[in-house]
Every structure is written in C-alpha cells, then in structure tokens.
Design a protein around this ligand. Structure first.
Ligand SMILES: Nc1nc2c(c(=O)[nH]1)N[C@H]1C(S)=C(S)[C@@H](COP(=O)(O)OP(=O)(O)OC[C@H]3O[C@@H](n4cnc5c(N)ncnc54)[C@H](O)[C@@H]3O)O[C@H]1N2
Ligand code: MOO
Length: 409
C-alpha cells in the first residue's frame, strides 16, 4: 500500500502528451490549446468610435453648452465598415456610428444625445465630452504579436471568442483523450432491464462516462463484462487497441472473482502500483503498457470509483494535454470530519461562502456504496489519517466537483 501523493507521482511519471491536431473553430469547445496563440494585428485594429455621434476636434467644441452651442459643418457620414473619405478640419465634423473608423484630424466623439441630431448639413453641439472621449484607440486592448491565449488553456466561451476576434478559423489542440471503459460483475444489469435475484443496476458505467465527457475525454469503447477471466481479457485487449486510457471499474480487490489485475498483468500491462492508503479507493490499480497507454483499475464501489477518477484520472487527462489542473481550494470544516486511523480520507460534501470564508461539511451518508450521497454534494473533501475526527474549524482541502459550482443548491 502506498500513500496518496506517491500514487499521484507514479501516475505523473507515466504520462505523455497526446498528439496535436488542427480543429475548426466551431468544434473547439472543451479542447485544449497545444500552442500559444498570438495577436496577428492590434486590437482594436484602427481608431474607432465607441458611440454613435459626431467625430470632432475637441479643440472646436470644448466651450459648447446648452446656452451657447457650437455649430459645426457635417462633411461626411461614416458607418461601421466604411473608410472615411476625408479628414476633419477646423469647424467641421463627421457623423459617425459605433465601430466606424475615426477620420484623420478628429480626436473625440460627441454622442448623438448631446447634439441637435443626425441628418442635417450642420450640427449644434451642446455638451463636450472629455478630450479624446468616446474613441477606442488602435492597440489599446492588445498589441500586435502579444500572446492572447496560452498553450494548455481549455477553450470555452473566453478562448473561442478571442480566437474568433483574431480571425483564427481553426486552432492547434491536443487530441481528445480516448477512454475505454469496462465495468465487470455478474451482478450488473443495464438500467431499463429487469432486476432478478441479487442483481443490481450498473451505475458505474454511466457515472464514469458522464464524468469522462465532462473532463473533455471521449469514451471510444465500453463493455459490460461478467466475472469471467477469458471474457475480461478479450474485452481488455479490444479496449487497449483503441484507447489512450483504459478505465476499469470493479473486480480489482482480492475476491474469488476479481480478475482484473491478473488479466492486465497477463496482457503485459506493467503494474505501477496496486493499493493506496486511502478511503475509499484502497484497491486502486495503476499501470501502463509498452506503448504508453495508461490503465486505471478503479474499485467497483460507486463512490470509490468516482473518488479515484476525480483524484487521479482527471489530473492525468489534464496533464496529457499539458493543461494545469487546479482542483483544490481550502475551506474550514463547519462540523467534525470522520478521519480514518490509517488512510487518507475523501468524502463528498458541500462547500459554501459565509462571512467572507469558505466553509464545508461532509454529506450525511459516508459509505463508499452510497451513491445518493452525491446528490446535493458540490465538492470532494479530503483530510489525512488521524486517531480522532478532525474538529470543526480545521482547514481542509476541498475539490469542487466538475459538474458543480459554489452556489449549487
Ligand atoms: N477481503 C477484502 N474485501 C474487500 C476489500 C479488501 O481489502 N479485502 N476491499 C474492499 C474495498 S475497500 C472495496 S472498494 C471493494 C472493491 O472491490 P472490487 O473493485 O473488486 O469491486 P467489486 O467487488 O466488483 O464490487 C464492489 C461493490 O461495488 C458494486 N459494483 C461493482 N461494479 C458496479 C457497477 N458497475 N455499478 C454499480 N455497482 C457496482 C458491487 O456490486 C459491489 O457491491 O472491495 C472490498 N472488499
Ligand atoms: O476503499 Mo473501498 O474503496 O473503502 O470502499
């Protein structure tokens, strides 16, 4: 049995970055950038109006007021997307729309509301803005050549919007990690099928598939297998042929029908560890193949499987895409945490904000088969082994669940 940190280190030592591919903008959501992206031009690209109104020389209208307006000749209209025909000279101005390029000579835009209005050959200005007011200057947001998105950034709303603004129709991203998912157990039935005798429904397949997809991975293969060494071996061979990570759930402990470890070793998988000093998830197995594929043998208890996925598989998926994984925040226990005497303990729970601090408490159901303890949980709380419960007030690590937010009810 090895400590939790040592397990994470051994997994990290087996990881390789995934290959890179060029993917079209519309398909980039959730993908991870494989290169820094730079600005091909400054943003804004040219000086332009921030408001609808009149492009003027501030010098001409600085004294304008309701009682003593300044009258200017309107020499042209400039709409967004149109280049100015001429510059603005003393005593003249241009009617201009938001986003339209500023004409030479003008340094300020007077908003429509502070003038006599559009559509005439001259305009009265009633109120001056600040000098250079209502103008967006070239390069004020981003300089040409500046890095706007970093390698390792997961592309969602922000990254996709920024790529589009700089005209990138596609971007280099890491391949999506391909996961093969095997669940094993004679007792398992698929949801929708009838239950008979001592059978139970296969929840791991669906919960693990959901978390894998939310982590940006692709489940390329799945099989639901009986406790039969030959069929498990065959399923694992097929799975390994098409994935980057093989994730199995169940059959990894020491029972008479736990064939996963034995069959993995038969297939030449190199064991990096089996058994970690943690609760739940003690019989967790990790290995790799000669071709660099990773094998995660998760315990079958539903919460043990999810804890191992959250704590080990998620960071591995990020690292394979050279993306930093910031899972953990620190929070204060509102109630005692039932520590284990020998094993590092993970428990689902809730974290919330109170008077400027983050507080947390574990879910009322704490056993590793109790899948309903996930309902209402928004975090996974972790704490080291101890002879007595960690008292309220202790600061512990909390990992927001990838499908939750701080404000989930
Ligand atoms: N003598 C010992 N017995 C057990 C030990 C041990 O150290 N010595 N470890 C216990 C711990 S801790 C865990 S965790 C489990 C893990 O065992 P396995 O990984 O071999 O899992 P199974 O025995 O196949 O299943 C355990 C449990 O989970 C249910 N299960 C399995 N797959 C699914 C699924 N896809 N969907 C829903 N539920 C599933 C299964 O029916 C069992 O109840 O071993 C302990 N025993
Ligand atoms: O470690 Mo098991 O995963 O306690 O239930």
């Amino acid at each position: 049995m090895i400590p939790v940190d040592e397990a994470s280190r051994r997994i990290a030592a087996s990881l390789h970055p995934l290959p890179v591919e060029q993917v079209r903008l519309a398909e980039l959501h959730g993908r991870v950038l494989a290169e820094d992206m730079t600005a091909g031009f400054p943003l804004p690209r040219f000086d332009n109006a921030a408001m609808d109104g009149f492009a003027v020389r501030w010098e001409d209208i600085r004294t304008a007021s309701e009682d003593s307006p300044v009258r200017l000749d309107v020499c042209q209209e400039i709409a967004a997307g149109v280049s100015p025909r001429a510059g603005v000279t003393a005593g003249s101005c241009a009617q201009i729309m938001t986003g339209a390029p500023m004409p030479d000579g003008a340094d300020t835009v007077v908003i429509y509301e502070h003038t006599s209005g559009f559509g005439t050959s001259s305009v009265d200005v009633y109120k001056p803005p600040k000098p250079c007011g209502n103008v967006r200057y070239a390069g004020e947001e981003v300089r040409e050549g500046e890095v706007v998105l970093r390698k390792g950034q997961r592309l969602t709303t922000a990254g996709i919007g920024v790529l589009a603004a700089f005209g990138y129709a596609s971007a280099p991203v890491f391949h999506r990690p391909r996961i093969a998912l095997l669940t094993v157990g004679d007792e398992l039935r698929e949801p929708g099928e009838p239950l008979e005798g001592a059978s139970i429904y296969n929840s791991n397949r669906y919960a693990l598939e959901a978390i894998a997809v939310s982590a940006g991975a692709e489940v390329v293969y799945h099989a639901e297998l009986p406790d039969d060494a030959r069929r498990i071996s065959y399923g694992m061979q097929r799975a390994l042929g098409q994935c980057d990570l093989l994730v199995t759930a169940g059959g990894i402990s020491t029972g008479e029908y736990d064939f996963i470890q034995q069959e993995l070793l038969e297939l030449g998988v190199r064991e990096r560890f089996w058994k970690v000093a943690q609760k739940p998830g003690k019989p967790f197995f990790f290995g790799d193949t000669g071709e660099g594929k990773l094998v995660f043998g998760l315990p079958g208890n539903p919460l043990s499987a999810l804890v191992c996925f959250l704590h080990y598989v998620m960071p591995a998926l990020s690292a394979m895409q050279e993306s930093p994984y910031h899972g953990r925040i620190m929070a204060v226990l509102a109630e005692p945490f039932p520590a284990d005497r020998k094993r590092y303990r993970f428990l689902f729970g809730r974290v919330w904000q109170e008077n400027g601090s983050l507080m947390c408490r574990v879910s009322p159901k704490t056993e590793s088969h109790m899948i309903t303890s996930l309902v209402g949980a928004n975090c996974l709380i972790e704490a080291p082994a101890a002879d007595a419960p960690h008292p309220a007030g202790t600061v512990v690590g909390c990992n927001l669940l990838p499908w939750s937010t701080l404000n989930d009810s």
